[in-house]
Design a protein around this ligand. Structure first.
Ligand code: FAQ
Length: 364
């Protein structure tokens, strides 16, 4: 009996086919080509992207809560409008990202279930409370600032839908950064209570913001895969360093200090060296034991339940819409609807004619 040269999988592919496909895939990545949803990709690439994009989407959505908390308490109408628009943008970012994740063959409702069950992570930073108005400025400056440093390279990542979503998102994040830095500048130039408030806020947010970039490279379990496949173009530590380098000058410009006694310019490396990050705190927050984890999850579940009727209405609308399509996808209108439409144009015609005879202008 002739022996089988290779094991075949369910679609009849041999192990050799698989190795060739991986090789071809990696060549495409090395050549800087974009991978698109219908292209072949290794399972691990698909899984890693689904994990990362969905956690990013959850972060944008949960990220609305700390700032949303201040919409009703913004000090002026201008600030209220700016904050409202910003929070709305974050919601939009979540939607783009869920759509990008869905191109990988997952369903958004399953991703939401993973968030609500506590299985999926979201950014650690959103588990800290917003205690003063200055926090809104500092989030815009530092949190959005860190997000931009982390996300601008993602706009050049190897997966097309993620990269394209990031272009739009980063433009909006840049606007958020400017808005936040403007609030910080005003407070830093204000009276002594305002200066104190903004400095106190920087002191609370600085270290958690450094943690946003993820664990140090030696503890980053996903970086190897993600960097080989050009999803992540830079390591966690290198982006964190870039952020520290930029923030020092920005803080100095508004006469604020960063709460790190070990912050020092290193002539040799050209970087600002910084103190030790409290990784124990980071992992505690990631595992659900941060100051606001419970509150954020409670709110997420409440919003999900409160929004049930909207999802049901959208589903019913979509089902009705589908019923009104012929097999070839063309719109089908019932006899009653066709009659009403005809009557509508009959009456519109009559009204126009009457208006015309009275010498009134008519809308065309
Ligand atoms: N928080 O192996 P790595 C924003 C987890 S959006 C919680 O290094 P990776 C906009 C990680 O999931 C902010 N968990 O992971 C905004 C992994 O666990 P897993 C979100 C974290 O993926 C502004 C484990 O630790 N941005 O701010 C965190 O290679 C203002 C090992 O870590 C993105 O999602 C963390 N900070 O690198 C909204 C950007 N870090 O999943 C409102 C895209 C790590 O294996 C207001 N994502 N973990 O169980 C990324 O760039 C990467 O996923 C990293 C993590 C860098 C976040």
């Amino acid at each position: 009996m002739e022996s089988q040269p290779h094991n075949r999988d369910i679609s009849g592919n041999t192990a050799l086919d698989e190795a060739q496909r991986v090789k071809r895939f990696e060549e495409r990545i090395q050549a800087g080509e974009r991978i698109e949803p219908k292209d072949w990709m290794p399972d691990v690439y698909r899984r890693q992207l689904t994990r990362m994009i969905s956690q990013h989407a959850h972060s944008e959505v949960v990220g609305m809560y700390p700032e949303g908390n201040w919409i009703t308490r913004a000090p002026t109408l201008r600030r209220k409008l700016g904050l409202l628009a910003k929070v709305q943008d974050e919601c939009g970012h979540g939607l783009y990202l869920y759509c990008a994740a869905e191109t990988l063959g997952v369903d958004r409702s399953d991703l939401t279930d993973e968030l609500l069950s506590g299985k999926a992570k979201y950014a650690s930073i959103f588990n800290y409370p917003t205690l003063s108005w200055a926090d809104i400025g500092v989030i815009g400056w530092l949190v959005d600032g860190a997000a931009i440093i982390n996300q601008t390279p993602l706009a050049k990542c190897s997966y097309g839908p993620y990269a394209r979503a990031m272009v739009h998102i980063c433009k909006e994040e840049s606007f958020h950064l400017k808005q936040g830095y403007e609030i910080v500048t005003k407070l830093a130039q204000g009276n002594s209570a305002q200066k104190e408030m903004v400095q106190e806020s920087v002191n609370r947010w600085w270290w958690p913001v450094l943690m946003m970039f993820g664990p140090s490279d030696s503890d980053s379990s996903n970086s190897e895969d993600l960097m080989r496949w050009k999803v992540k173009l830079f390591s966690n530590d290198s982006l964190r360093q870039r952020f520290v380098n930029g923030s020092v000058a920005q803080a100095k410009a508004v006469k604020l200090t960063l709460p790190d006694p070990d912050l020092r310019f290193n002539e040799e490396s050209g970087n600002w060296d910084y103190g030790t990050i409290n990784w124990d705190e980071f992992w505690q927050v990631v595992k659900g034991h941060g100051p606001c984890n419970r509150e954020r999850m409670r709110m997420s579940r409440k919003k999900h339940n409160d929004g049930r009727w909207v999802r049901e209405a959208a589903r019913a609308y979509s089902a009705r819409h589908r019923k009104n399509e012929n097999e070839d996808g063309k719109k089908y209108y019932s006899r009653k609807r066709r009659k009403n439409a005809a009557l509508g144009s009959f009456f519109t015609g009559k009204i126009r004619k009457a208006a015309h005879s009275r010498g009134q202008p008519t809308r065309t």
